[in-house]
Design a protein around this ligand. Structure first.
Ligand code: FNR
Length: 204
């Protein structure tokens, strides 16, 4: 079997009892065997400041950039703050986009799950995020869309997903995402596909 698709999961909420965090954990187990999702912490990243973009930028930035660069794909799981993404998530986009010409996002296949206790499932955040991802050249899966409303009703006190219907939808979403990554990879033009190119670049 091929190496699983290595997916970097970025959660827009920093709070311990985050529903989006619970959702991201559920997605780890709902991903198909061909995909390995790992959540990367973003709360410790210093706010982007061009003055710090020197020969020795903050170590957290460097580690984060390396981690995303090594990933085959990126999955955003985000709440909505004031009809946009939380600042912590916008910060990772900015940190990953620099230094100019070395963006870690370029051509990295992506997908978005947004969630809110509200009825419209953080639709605004989902689409604001898409605006940045267009500029960052992240080929972002369009269908199925995932706006998870009433997310506060979906988990038990241990953070376990209780809704079979949502579980089924998210499982299908992750399978579609795996298919999307393979499709983007194959369409990249490199005869070996982007994942192979990335794997050989990482090994030598
Ligand atoms: C919110 N919340 C919120 N919800 C929403 O559906 N649309 C919005 O625009 C906002 N705006 C907003 C701003 C700020 C600053 C906060 C703190 C919260 C509510 C939000 O959806 C709720 O707190 C979620 O539980 C946050 O997600 P996590 O932390 O549970 O993952």
């Amino acid at each position: 079997m091929d190496k699983p698709i290595n997916v970097c999961g970025l959660v827009g909420s920093l709070r311990k009892a985050s529903f989006n965090g619970m959702l991201a954990n559920a997605l780890i187990s709902l991903a198909p065997p061909s995909m390995k999702l790992e959540i990367v912490e973003i709360g410790q990243l210093p706010l982007y400041n061009e003055d710090l973009e020197t020969a020795s930028p903050p170590a957290q930035w460097t580690m984060f950039r390396r981690r995303v660069k090594a990933a085959d794909a990126v999955l955003f799981v985000t709440p909505e703050y004031n009809r946009s993404v939380p600042a912590a998530l916008k910060n990772v986009l900015d940190v990953g986009s620099r230094p100019y010409g070395s963006s870690v996002w370029d051509r990295k296949p992506g997908a978005i799950v947004s969630a809110s206790p509200g009825a419209i499932g953080a639709f605004g955040a989902n689409h604001h995020l898409r605006q940045s991802l267009v500029f960052l050249n992240v080929p972002t899966m369009q269908q199925p869309e995932a706006y998870i409303g009433h997310v506060d009703k979906l988990f038990d006190e241990h953070g376990k997903l209780m809704s079979d219907g949502t579980g089924k939808f998210l499982r299908e979403f992750m399978q579609a995402f795996a298919n999307w990554v393979e499709r983007v990879d194959r369409g990249a033009g490199a005869s070996d596909g982007l994942r192979q190119v990335r794997a050989s670049a990482a090994s030598g």
